[in-house]
Ligand binder design. Structure first.
Ligand code: C2E
Ligand code: MG
Ligand code: MG
Ligand code: MG
Length: 285
């Protein structure tokens, strides 16, 4: 490739860069197709409570069932959805699919409305849409689910943009009965004063801390601090990414009682999730 230098000159791509760009464009085109053809799926990862030894909820996680390459997780495509803006359409689909899933669980009497909530991930861009509150309201009304069955997961990064607009929107949704979780908690840099202003019900301790809490005393201290903080702010807690019996024991000792992680189950398809709802949680991992 030709590479020109200087201020106003055009820089040509190196051949490898052309490959990267065209792969990216192809992925974007395939994702657009995936939206049209209905290739997205939701998988559900249980959240469990040690005190009752029951499933208290689940997180809906996006998957892509590609016609040729099979099932892939968001790690390979979420950034493209975000950057292209397709996350708005995908997020809208997720919202409706999640609500219709809850409606099916209620219909089949696999859950009780006051004992189960489904969490969905909301990207900052999706949240910032002018009509986001109305979208959520419409989805709940259309699928006729009790509002307390839905939880929205946002990350600390949502506070970077226009905090007062964020708080206002969250309050509107809160007034409707929607609850909020802060996802990946501890990885952003939200100050306690911000956190106090947000109508948040639940903190999800980021899995990076859980991962090492039995090996690294710094991570153990961070987990302890988050647990103490959540308690003093009167927030619920979930530890995310629990994989081992040692991590579970540590968390129980710190009086964190709700978990989500491979130790219990990965995210699974709807039918497999329904089967989990009907059987006791496997505390032996
Ligand atoms: P997240 O919201 O923090 O979701 C938790 C991720 O951790 C999931 O990865 C889940 O499979 C994984 N995980 C749960 N337990 C364990 C464990 O014990 N060990 C390990 N190693 N991993 C565990 P997944 O499904 O690949 O999702 C990755 C991220 O993609 C999510 O992180 C979330 O930020 C994003 N995402 C997923 N679905 C959606 C969606 O519908 N909308 C938006 N905006 N983002 C989504
Ligand atoms: Mg999440
Ligand atoms: Mg997380
Ligand atoms: Mg994450």
């Amino acid at each position: 490739g030709v590479k020109a230098s200087g201020r106003n000159s055009i820089a040509f791509f190196e051949p490898q860069m052309q490959v990267v760009v065209s792969q990216r464009l192809q992925l974007e085109a395939e994702l657009r197709q995936a939206l049209l053809e209905g290739e997205f799926r939701l998988h559900y990862q249980p959240q469990v409570d040690a005190r009752t030894q029951r499933i208290t909820g689940a997180e809906a996680l996006l998957r892509w069932q590609h016609s040729e390459t099979g099932l892939t997780g968001p790690g390979t495509f979420m950034h493209v959805l975000e950057e292209s803006g397709m996350i708005l359409e995908a997020g809208h689909w997720v919202l409706h699919e999640a609500c219709s899933f809850v409606a099916r669980l209620l219909d089949r009497e696999l859950i009780a409305a006051d004992q189960f909530s489904l969490s969905i991930n909301i990207s900052p861009r999706q949240f910032r849409q002018a009509n986001f509150v109305a979208q959520v309201g419409a989805a709940i009304a259309q699928h006729q689910i009790p509002v307390q069955c839905l939880k929205l997961e946002i990350t600390e990064s949502i506070m970077i943009h226009n905090i007062s607009d964020t708080v206002e929107k969250m309050n509107e949704l809160r007034d409707m009965g929607i609850r909020f979780a802060i996802d990946d908690f501890g990885t952003g840099y939200s100050s306690l004063s911000y956190l106090k202003r947000l109508p948040v019900d639940l903190l999800k301790i980021d899995q990076s801390f859980i991962n090492d809490c039995t090996r690294d005393s710094n991570d153990a201290e961070i987990v302890r601090a988050i647990i103490v903080m959540a308690r003093s702010l009167n927030m619920e807690l979930i530890a995310e990414g629990v994989e081992t019996a040692e991590q579970l024991a540590f968390l129980q000792q710190q009086e964190c009682h709700t978990y989500q992680g491979f130790y219990f189950s990965r995210a699974v398809r709807e039918e497999a999730f329904c089967a989990l709802l009907g059987s006791p949680v496997n505390w032996a991992g």
